[in-house]
Write a protein that binds this ligand. Structure first.
Ligand code: FAD
Length: 604
């Protein structure tokens, strides 16, 4: 057997973003020992990049807001294929999770009477996002990290989990390696919480960090758990597009929430050209009403720039395709125009959007208080993930829980901005609570040495091929191009079939990649291992997207451009078959209780 160090915890949390930290805190509060593993240094998880805010119906800025409106907004945004129970729990519990964060030390921006300030965001009827300038994720991570460390959680930083360990149909631990030295580590646990984030690195243009290689999705899939809604990938409408080195970096929706408008090369606000029927009643009649909305006028309705992300992305693509794009293939996002309305607008913009100001100044030599930004869609978020029970967050495999971006359900076909930071708090807490409860009822399972040996040997295979094998980065790059071109914002059945075949070829190439050198400080080796996960999630996305022969939310098909009601009654499930192949099945959406149905009707 290959050498490894062994650690033992009641609950092992994989991932130290908002979901993982919140789960670890709650599990620890449940009186069990908790281990927390993460690929990067503590404090560097993807959550730290979150900008605009946390959606929670606290009604601090508009007293008409409440959980019912938030629930209805989330379901409408998700085009009604969401897990309604998760959407309900999320809307009800988010305000308490935000107040709790404040009690633990988070310093939110304030209303003039000292309450947590909330801002407008796409698809939310009222100003709902609790925020800290445009650096909300940093404050969230800092607060959770401080709180978690004081609870006595054991943290294993810069360690990548490569396999979950099973015994008699339940999860009994995980196996991974230290990224710095390459040594293997075995974690025995009675319950495991996956909180590994998303998959954005499967695409060429993305706002996501290097960590987003679909690890949790793949670990769960390989352990026999169901994945759900994998066809629903969110392309955020506003990423940087110029210069090329910064392509994909996010331009927060808060720019539009603060009054920023989208224009084409003719200087026209093209978002007025196409208002979806189900949002017509909630959308402003003209520029003037839209502006008043962004400035807090309760009688005004939202401007079209704050329609849902899927729709705004497609409108941008339409303008670019029609030859009305900006010089580098996007459109213009203008916040500087507000100087015609706001005294001292330059300072106002810098105060409200400090990161955006610096991001453009430093990376694109552009002053956003003076000139419009060039923006275009960027792969941002995956609605699909591990299928979980709404209340407990347990997956279909006993002892395996999932929360945050790597879990599915709450967002349906499209996530509203701000709903992820609230999701990771609400369901991170729930996952931690129920994982602790589960662990208390379990004895330690037996660890099968063969599973460890197999995982270690597989991980070391690229060294056997050494420099003779193809480099992992070439394969990764080819995969990203393929997914961007053939399974991206606008899809067709024929292109996705081509993608599926090409994925088979890439899998063959991935099995032949080689890595020179040894295990210490070897990023090429990490890339070779990430490739397996990227290929699995790419296949899951492609297969599910082929099956969904309609357009809904983040999934748009040129060959089926309309929504088809018959596809609104089930979710697509991806599961590993007994023969090792990937299967796609349909899982009916359970009937919604009448009280929730009434809320949706009333809010239409
Ligand atoms: C630029 C940007 C701005 C955003 N702004 C907002 C916003 O304003 N509001 C909002 O609601 N959402 C926002 N989002 C989305 C939101 O930030 C994420 O969806 C959310 O933070 C995900 O949190 P998480 O806890 O699920 O995962 P993460 O924070 O990504 O944490 C994942 C963790 O898992 C670890 N991990 C992964 N794989 C492994 C492995 N194999 N072994 C061990 N550890 C592993 C990682 O190291 C990391 O610690 C934004 C996203 C981006 C990119």
């Amino acid at each position: 057997m290959l050498e490894h160090q062994t650690y033992e915890h009641d609950v092992l949390v994989i991932g130290a973003g908002g979901a993982g930290l919140r789960a670890a805190i709650e599990a620890s509060a449940g009186g069990v020992s908790v281990g927390l593993v993460c690929k990067s240094l503590l404090g560097k998880a993807h959550t730290v990049m979150a900008e605009g805010g946390i959606a929670a119906a606290m009604a601090n800025v508009d007293d008409r807001d409440n959980w019912k409106v938030h629930f209805a907004d989330t379901m409408r945004g998700g085009q009604y294929v969401n897990n309604w129970r998760m959407a309900e729990l999320h809307a009800k519990e988010a305000p308490d999770r935000v107040r709790e964060l404040e009690a633990w030390g988070a310093m939110f921006d304030r209303t003039s009477d000292g309450r947590i300030l909330q801002r407008n965001f796409g698809g939310h009827r009222y100003p709902r996002l609790a925020h800290v300038g445009d650096r909300t994720g940093l404050e969230m991570i800092r607060t959770l990290q401080d709180h978690g460390i004081h609870r006595g959680i054991d943290v294993h930083m810069e360690c990548t989990i490569i396999r979950l360990l099973e015994d008699d149909g339940r999860i009994v631990g995980a196996f991974g390696y230290e990224r710095e030295r390459g040594r293997f580590r075995l974690f025995r646990a009675k319950a495991v919480v996956l909180a590994t984030g998303g998959i954005g690195r499967a695409f060429k243009i993305t706002s996501n960090s290097w960590e987003y290689t679909g690890d949790g999705h793949t670990l769960a899939y390989e352990a026999g758990a169901d994945l759900m809604d994998m066809e629903f990938v969110q392309f955020h409408p506003t990423g940087m597009i110029w210069p090329p080195s910064v392509q994909g970096i996010l331009v927060t929706e808060a720019v539009r929430g603060e009054g920023g408008v989208l224009k084409n090369s003719e200087g026209r606000r093209f978002m007025w050209d196409d208002i979806p029927e189900n949002y017509r009643a909630q959308t402003a009649a003209d520029d003037e009403e839209g502006w008043r909305y962004t400035q807090g006028d309760k009688a005004a309705r939202r401007p079209p720039e704050l329609l849902t992300r899927d729709h705004v992305s497609r409108c941008i693509m339409r303008e670019v395709k029609a030859g009305r794009g900006s010089p580098h293939g996007g459109v213009f996002l203008d916040i500087a125009w507000i100087k015609t309305r706001v005294p001292n607008a330059g300072e106002h913009i810098k105060k409200k959007l400090p990161s955006m100001y610096h991001q453009f100044k430093q990376l694109a030599d552009l002053d956003i208080t003076e000139a419009p930004m060039e923006v275009g869609p960027t792969t941002h978020y995956v609605m699909g993930g591990v299928r979980v029970d709404a209340d407990t967050q347990m997956s279909t495999v006993p002892g395996l829980f999932a929360a945050g971006e790597c879990a599915a359900g709450i967002n349906g076909a499209n996530r509203l901005g701000g709903n992820s930071l609230s999701d990771i708090l609400v369901f991170g807490k729930r996952a931690g609570e129920y994982a602790a409860e589960h662990a208390k009822k379990q004895k330690n399972g037996a660890v099968d040495e063969r599973q460890i040996d197999e995982a270690a040997r597989r991980a070391l295979e690229p060294f056997e091929r050494g420099a003779k094998g193809e480099g992992p980065y070439q394969v990764q790059y080819a995969l990203q191009e393929l997914m961007q071109d053939l399974v991206g914002i606008v899809r067709t059945g024929a292109e996705m079939q081509r993608a599926l075949e090409a994925l088979g070829d890439l899998r063959a190439r991935a099995s032949r990649v080689g890595v020179a050198g040894h295990r210490e400080y070897n990023p090429g080796w990490h890339a070779a291992l990430d490739l397996r996960n990227l290929l699995t999630v790419s296949e899951a996305i492609t297969r599910s997207a082929i099956e969904r022969k309609e357009s809904r939310g983040g999934h748009f098909r040129d060959d089926y451009p309309d929504k088809d009601a018959s596809f609104g009654t089930f979710n697509f499930i991806v599961r590993k078959g007994a023969d090792g192949r990937m299967n796609v099945a349909r899982a009916p959406i359970p009937p919604m209780p009448d009280d929730l149905k009434r809320i949706i009707e009333e809010m239409k």
